[in-house]
Design a protein around this ligand. Structure first.
Ligand code: SAH
Length: 237
């Protein structure tokens, strides 16, 4: 089978690419910022697609537009059997999260900042994209599970916090729901692996926590992604 990771930032992807000894795919998205790496693990294939850099700022393209494009390109190019949105995220210390904890998404991925207060449109804004059933995997690998919520900002204004709490969101990040939407259009099973860089309900500013905890969170992200691939390849869906 073919498992494809969609990752926003180079720093989140680099050690995974190295651990799987993946090769860069030439002609993946010529003219576009996205990059891909791929390689065989026995009879199976692992790929990593990274959003790439903004041409004006030379910074990683984070957020939902880039994630949408990456996922569509990845599915067109690789025709994967499974998509994994992997990366860093914020979480709630009030719900027991710690820096470096890794969560699997379950039972769905939602948007927390698409407010349209009209019946029907309100539900479509939130999304509620179902994800691959990771419950057995989470038990076996001793990982937490939770609702992953996506928006296009790193901060958490009160209105977003109220939405996240009402939805029961445990993990806050900027790409997963976009990846889930594209995967659902193509009917490719999808779930998330998210490592906590920051506690969104702590007194410390999120961006400071993000920078000081990035290395630790990426180490645990990489370790868990390797275990997740091992698990999926043994228990093929
Ligand atoms: N400011 C960082 C880069 C952006 S952080 C830097 O200087 O390097 C935002 C990225 O991390 C996004 O890809 C998002 O998915 C994830 N992320 C981590 N913590 C987050 C949080 N609390 N809220 C939203 N996104 C978060």
């Amino acid at each position: 089978m073919h498992i494809c990771f969609i990752i926003a930032m180079e720093a989140e992807a680099a050690s995974l690419i190295e651990k799987f000894s993946l090769d860069e795919v030439t002609h993946f998205a010529s003219g576009l910022p996205m990059w891909a790496w791929s390689g065989l693990q026995g009879a199976d294939q692992i790929s990593v697609v990274v959003n790439g850099k903004d041409a004006d700022y030379n910074l990683d393209l984070i957020g939902t537009q880039a994630a949408t494009l990456s996922t569509h390109l990845a599915i067109n190019h690789f025709k994967p059997d499974m998509i994994i949105s992997a990366g860093t995220a914020g979480a709630f210390q009030s719900k027991g999260a710690n820096i470096g904890d890794v969560y699997l998404s379950y039972p769905h991925v939602v948007f927390h900042d698409r407010r349209v207060d009209i019946p029907g449109w309100d539900k479509m804004g939130v999304g509620r994209f179902p994800v691959y059933d990771v419950r057995e995997m989470a038990l076996t690998l001793k990982l937490k599970t939770g609702v992953v919520t996506t928006g296009n900002s790193l901060d958490m204004p009160e209105t977003d916090e109220a939405t996240i709490r009402a939805i029961g969101g445990e993990i806050k990040e900027m790409e997963a729901a976009a990846v889930a939407w594209v995967a659902s259009l193509h009917k490719v099973p999808m779930f998330c692996v998210k490592s906590v860089t920051d506690l969104v309900d702590s007194a410390h500013p999120t961006h400071e926590q993000f920078l000081s905890n990035l290395r630790l969170a990426v180490e645990s992200l990489t370790e868990v992604c390797l275990k997740v691939v091992g698990y999926i390849l043994v228990h093929k869906p």
